[in-house]
Design a protein around this ligand. Structure first.
Ligand SMILES: C[S@@+](CC[C@H](N)C(=O)[O-])C[C@H]1O[C@@H](n2cnc3c(N)ncnc32)[C@H](O)[C@@H]1O
Length: 388
């Protein structure tokens, strides 16, 4: 086992969830932040554990062909983007590999029907919402693995009208009592900027897809999948937010009743406001302001239903996966922003569905690069029951 402080030569094989490069030394896994696939490095061990080690780059002996100078001048220090030093093509390849290897490992299968990684139309300037920190009048993000602020004037992955708000925000910061905190700055559909202070345990922090450019394609894909075969039951959108998928699904499947389930009262209210604006009757589209698990304890999903679930990064619960597996719903789409929790949930689903006599097949898996320059990735999995 390598010891802390030991210097070793290491080849980086791939990138991991969390962003670090991964190499092997005497059979031991070594994670190296800020490395790139195919780097040959001299690294110094900084952490040594039973199952893994961490190291920092001491010297780049031979750089990866996929390395580049980060386009953002703050990237070296700022903890916001973990992959700015890697070319975009390689980022996409690594994300595909992460999705496929994680699913294979959890599902214990040799093949995953991975279709493609859909790139973001804009690899930079794609974020419409950020949550930077402030200290006095300086705004920025924390340094990697620390609470030291890296002040920034602009953020290259963020749409320009957001960081144009800086001077207005700084004026206000110079007048407030609290000298340290966090803010949320965003733009709406009309590119109008706004910002606010984030309070601890902020109830009203609403969810919205941060990359509107690629979100459109993600929503279109889900709608297209829903049209594979006429749905004879309901459309159920679990973790619906304010209806990002629910309204397009309803528009495309006008005869079906559509049900959204969302925990946040703020988002459920936004959802309801949209139904009123569009003059839609609850007979066709309705939102339940509820925890998904509790909802499924009183609502029966039928084999004829189309189910979409898009949980937060922590994934869903075993009970939710079990209820879906037992329901025998013919067509299910799982949209996930974390490959590990997705794979864990699917493993439960596959085991439970077999136990209850339902046989599902993963029809296709797609990756959407909603978060270029970072190690985060969105995955879509389409599941169909054998009798589909
Ligand atoms: C990844 S977001 C997806 C939202 C929506 N599908 C969209 O595309 O905008 C996950 C959503 O699940 C909601 N949520 C989190 N935990 C939940 C729970 N236990 N039950 C219901 N909704 C939950 C969050 O408030 C958030 O809106």
């Amino acid at each position: 086992m390598p010891e802390i402080g030991q210097k070793i030569e290491l080849k980086i094989d791939s990138l991991s969830i969390g962003g670090d490069g991964v190499g092997r030394f005497e059979g031991q896994v070594i994670f190296v932040p800020e490395s790139a696939p195919q780097d040959l490095l001299e690294v110094e061990i900084t952490e040594s554990h039973k199952n893994f080690n961490r190291a920092r780059i001491h010297k780049i002996i031979s750089p990866s062909p996929f390395r580049r100078d980060p386009p953002c001048m703050y990237a070296k220090d700022c903890g916001g983007c973990s992959w700015q030093h890697i070319t975009e093509d390689e980022q996409l390849r690594q994300k595909e590999q992460l999705i496929v290897t994680t699913l294979k490992k959890f599902l214990k299968v040799d093949q995953i029907p991975f279709q493609e990684m859909i790139p973001s139309p804009h690899p930079f300037r794609y974020r419409n919402r950020i949550q930077p920190h402030y200290q006095n009048t300086q705004i920025g993000f924390y340094k990697k693995r620390s609470h030291d602020l890296v002040p920034i004037d602009d953020c290259l992955i963020t749409e320009e009208p957001v960081t144009k708000l800086w001077s207005e925000i700084q004026k206000k910061l110079s007048t407030v009592k609290r000298k340290v905190g966090q803010i949320e700055a965003s733009i709406d559909e009309n590119l109008k900027g706004s910002w606010r202070f984030i309070e601890k345990a902020d109830e009203s922090v609403g969810f919205s897809q941060v990359n509107r450019f690629l979100n459109t394609q993600l929503v279109e894909k889900v709608v297209q999948i829903s049209k594979t075969k006429p749905i004879t039951g309901k459309i159920i959108d679990l973790y619906a937010g304010s209806g990002n998928f629910t309204f397009p699904l309803s528009d495309a499947n006008k005869k079906n009743q559509v049900v959204g389930v969302e925990l946040s009262p703020t988002l459920a209210l936004k959802f309801r406001e949209k139904t009123l604006q569009r003059n839609l009757s609850p007979k066709f589209i309705e939102v339940y302001n509820s925890d998904v698990e509790k909802f499924l304890q009183r609502f029966e999903i039928n084999p004829a239903d189309f189910v979409l679930l898009d949980p937060p990064r922590i994934g869903t619960t075993p009970l939710v996966m079990r209820s879906l597996a037992q329901s025998g719903a013919a067509h299910i789409v799982y949209v996930s922003c974390h490959p590990t929790t997705l794979a864990r949930d699917l493993e439960i689903f596959m085991t439970e569905s077999k136990k209850s006599g339902h046989h599902y097949k993963i029809e296709q898996v797609l990756g959407f690069d909603l978060f270029p320059q970072t190690d985060h990735v969105e995955t879509l999995v389409e599941l169909r029951i054998d009798s589909f």
